[in-house]
Write a protein that binds this ligand. Structure first.
Ligand SMILES: [Zn+2]
Length: 479
C-alpha cells in the first residue's frame, strides 16, 4: 500500500552552539549545573535589561553556512517571536525571521543504493533557547532558566527527502559537519542536536505536496526514523480509508513508537514577529566571510578524498576514519610518522578501535598515542616481531603505557629469524611425530600447517614464519 505514495520530508534541526557564554549575556552555557545558577537580568528577561549579541555566535553561523554552501547575508535582523510559556521569561523569543544570516545552501548525501543526492538548505538562523520545565520534583512544576538564552542555530532544509533513510543520511551528515566545525558538541542525549520533521505523502506523479504533519523535538537518529516511518503509515492508512490528513503538530512517543496529536492548525501559534528594537541589524562584511572561509577546517568529504588519493587506502577505510575528526587526526598523525597508509588504517580500524570500544575511551586521550603505535608498526616492518605478536605487544602497551621496544625487550618477544635456533626445534617436532611425517611425504600436503602450528607453539609464536616454512619444507622433503 505504501508504494502507492511518495514520501516528502523536510527537516528543521536545532543545534546548540558551543560558545562559553549565552547569546545575549555573559552567563555560562555549561550543562548540568544547579538550576537557575547561570542567570542574570538579561536572560531572566527583567525590565530594562538589554541584550548584547555574542560575536562568536555570528562566527559559528557563518562557518556552518559556508560549510553547507549557503549565501551569507551581509545584513540580517533579529526578530521577536511572541508567545507565552512558563519557560520563556520575556514572553518572546529572540530569533531571526525575514532576514536570516544564511540562505540557499545545500548538502550532498549518499542514498542507500550508493547514489548521491543534493538536499537543499533553505536557511540557517540564530536564536536563543528557552528555559526548561521540570515536572518530576513531586511538588508541581518548576522552571530552570539556565538554558534560557543559550545560543541555537536552526537549520531548515527544503522538502527534498523521500524516505526515512534519506532523512537519517542528511541528519548524520549535518551532525558530522557541525561537530567537525566545532560549533556544536553534537550531544544528542543532552539535546544539543535535535530535530523537527515535516512529513507528508502524495500519490506518485502528483505535483502538489500533501498536507503535512510536523513531528516535534526528536533527539535520536533511531527515534526520528521510527517516527517518520510510523507517520508515513498513519497517513497512508487515512488516505486509503478515504479520509483527509489534517495539518498538525504531533509528538513521538518513544515507548509505543507512535505519534499523537499535540495541537492542530486552528491552535497554531500566531507569533506576531517584528524586528527586535533592542538589537541593531547584524552586518557581516565580505572580508569577514572570506576570513572565515580560510579558517574552515578540512571537512569530511575532502578528508575522504585526500585519504584515498594520498594514502592509497580504500574508500571504505577513508569513510570510517574520517567519520570523526579525532579519529581522522590520529590516523593522519600515524601515517605521517609511519608512511604505510593501509597498514595504519588496518591498525586504527582494528586493534585500536577494539581497545577503545572495550575500555570505552576517547581516541584523543587513549594510552597509545600515534608516536607509540608508529613505534610498534616499525618493529613489524623490520621483522623484529610478527603481526601476531604485535597484537600482544599492543595490548601490553595499552595496559602499561610503555613503548613497544621496551615491552618487546622485557618480555623477550623478538622474532626468531636465526635458522640455527629454529632448526633443532624442527628436528624435535619431526622426531616426535613420525606418523605425520610419513603421511606428508606420501603426499598429504595439508599437514604442513600442523608442523607450523607445533613449531609456533614451541617458540611461543616467535619463529619468523618465512624462515620456519623454508626449513620445514627442506627437512620434510629430505630422504
Ligand atoms: Zn544571563
Amino acid at each position: 500500500m505504501l508504494s502507492k505514495y511518495e514520501v516528502v520530508i523536510g527537516l528543521e534541526v536545532h543545534a546548540q552552539l558551543t560558545t562559553d557564554t549565552k547569546i545575549f549575556c555573559n552567563c555560562s552555557t555549561k550543562f548540568g549545573n544547579q538550576p537557575n545558577s547561570q542567570t542574570c537580568p538579561v536572560c531572566l528577561g527583567l525590565p530594562g535589561a538589554l541584550p548584547v549579541l555574542n560575536k562568536k555566535v555570528v562566527e559559528y553561523a557563518i562557518r556552518t553556512g559556508l560549510a553547507t554552501d549557503c549565501r551569507i547575508a551581509p545584513r540580517s535582523i533579529f526578530a521577536r517571536k511572541n508567545y507565552f510559556y512558563p519557560d520563556l521569561p520575556k514572553g518572546y523569543q529572540i530569533s531571526q525571521f525575514e532576514l536570516p544570516i544564511c540562505e540557499h545552501g545545500r548538502l550532498e548525501i549518499e542514498t542507500g543504493d550508493g547514489n548521491r543526492k543534493t538536499i537543499g538548505i533553505t536557511r540557517i538562523h540564530m536564536e536563543e533557547d528557552a528555559g526548561k520545565l521540570l515536572h518530576d520534583s513531586g511538588e508541581g512544576s518548576r522552571v530552570d532558566l539556565n538554558r534560557a538564552c543559550t545560543p541555537l542555530m536552526e537549520i531548515v532544509s527544503e522538502p527534498d527527502m523521500r524516505s526515512a533513510d534519506e532523512a537519517i543520511a542528511y541528519l548524520k551528515k549535518l551532525h558530522q559537519i557541525v561537530v567537525y566545525l566545532g560549533v556544536c558538541d553534537g550531544n544528542l542525549e543532552e539535546g544539543s542536536f535535535r530535530c523537527d520533521a515535516n512529513v507528508s505523502i502524495r500519490p506518485w506523479g502528483q505535483k502538489e505536496f500533501g498536507t503535512r504533519a510536523e513531528l516535534k523535538n526528536i533527539n535520536s537518529f533511531r527515534f526520528i526514523k521510527q517516527a517518520i516511518e510510523y507517520e508515513v503509515e498513519r497517513q497512508a492508512d487515512i488516505l486509503e480509508e478515504g479520509g483527509r490528513i489534517i495539518q498538525e503538530t504531533r509528538l513521538f512517543d518513544t515507548t509505543s513508537g507512535t505519534t499523537r496529536s499535540m495541537r492542530g492548525k486552528e491552535q497554531a501559534h500566531d507569533y506576531r514577529y517584528f524586528p527586535d528594537p533592542d538589537l541593531v541589524p547584524v552586518l557581516v562584511s565580505a572580508e569577514w566571510v572570506e576570513q572565515s572561509r580560510k579558517e574552515l577546517p578540512e571537512l569530511p568529504a575532502a578528508k575522504i578524498e585526500r585519504f584515498v588519493q594520498e594514502y592509497g587506502i580504500p574508500r571504505y577505510d577513508a569513510e570510517v576514519l574520517a567519520a570523526e575528526r579525532a579519529t581522522a587526526d590520529y590516523y593522519d598523525a600515524l601515517v605521517q610518522l609511519h608512511g604505510n597508509g593501509k597498514l595504519c588504517s588496518n591498525w586504527v580500524m582494528g586493534e585500536l578501535q577494539r581497545a577503545l570500544n572495550e575500555t570505552n575511551q576517547n581516541i584523543a586521550e587513549c594510552p597509545v598515542p600515534p608516536q607509540r603505535l608508529a613505534g610498534l608498526l616499525k618493529r613489524i616492518d623490520d621483522n623484529t616481531i610478527s603481526g601476531k605478536i604485535a597484537k600482544q605487544v599492543f595490548d601490553a602497551m595499552w595496559q602499561s603505557g610503555q613503548d613497544a621496544d621496551r615491552i618487546i625487550e622485557e618480555q623477550g618477544l623478538k622474532q626468531v629469524t636465526d635458522l640455527g635456533a629454529i632448526e633443532p626445534i624442527i628436528d624435535q617436532i619431526l622426531a616426535a611425530n613420525p606418523g605425520q611425517v610419513a603421511e606428508f611425504r606420501a603426499g598429504k600436503d595439508k599437514l604442513l600447517g600442523f608442523f607450523v602450528g607445533q613449531a609456533m607453539k614451541l617458540t611461543k609464536g616467535k619463529a619468523n614464519p618465512a624462515a620456519l616454512n623454508e626449513i620445514l619444507l627442506k627437512k620434510l622433503q629430505q630422504n
